[in-house]
Ligand binder design. Structure first.
Ligand SMILES: [Zn+2]
Length: 191
């Protein structure tokens, strides 16, 4: 198996983790940590469910790997993550001395593996991280897009509902003006 084939194989495992987050209405980010050809830790974003800003996929996986190895150094490991790590996770990866990180899609709004900052190739740190990006990129970003499309649809529906409720209340109060009345949905005008 070539390096690229095995990267795709383990990114698929990270994608499975991301899907678990999606099912729970969390931003779908998944992570696995590989050591000596075996996945030793998995994690997916649980920030909302846990009510904890630290509950990112990478942090959860790093904690599990440290527990398993009884070591804070993850020196022989490769970390696979579906989205470019944020500053906190990139920092934890550097702290854990993880030598290699494989990334699915980039995160132009918060990514610290090259998008906003590159904490993995900062020569002033005592540890640099070999980085490979764009592995199963289309699958990783499709998952993110699916999540945000559903979220936006929910927002729009909530907004429309609030507006309809407000107009209905105004009509009931007799405070409604003609132009506002014309904006009422057809169903409500009949009522
Ligand atoms: Zn993070």
């Amino acid at each position: 198996m070539t390096c690229s084939d095995s990267d795709e194989k383990y990114m698929k495992a990270a994608l499975l983790q991301a899907e678990k987050a999606l099912v729970k209405n969390e931003v779908p980010i998944g992570c696995v940590i590989l050591r000596e050809g075996k996945i030793i830790a998995r994690g997916y974003n649980r920030r909302t469910e846990a009510g904890n800003v630290l509950a990112h996929a990478e942090i959860i996986a790093i904690q599990k790997a440290c527990r398993k190895l009884q070591d804070w150094r993850l020196e022989d490991c490769t970390l696979y993550v579906t989205l470019e790590p944020c500053p906190m996770c990139a920092g934890a990866i550097v702290q854990a001395r993880i030598p290699r990180v494989v990334i699915g899609c980039m995160n132009p709004k918060a990514g610290c593996a090259g998008s906003i900052l590159d904490l993995f190739h900062e020569e002033r740190f005592n540890h640099q991280v070999e980085t490979r990006t764009g592995v199963l990129e289309a699958d990783c970003s499709a998952l993110m897009k699916r999540f945000f499309a559903v979220l936006r649809k929910g927002w729009k529906e909530k907004k429309a509902l609030r507006r309809a409720e407000r107009l209905q209340q105004e009509a009931a109060d007799g405070a409604i003006t003609e132009p506002a009345a014309r904006k009422l949905p057809a169903k409500m005008k009949e009522a």
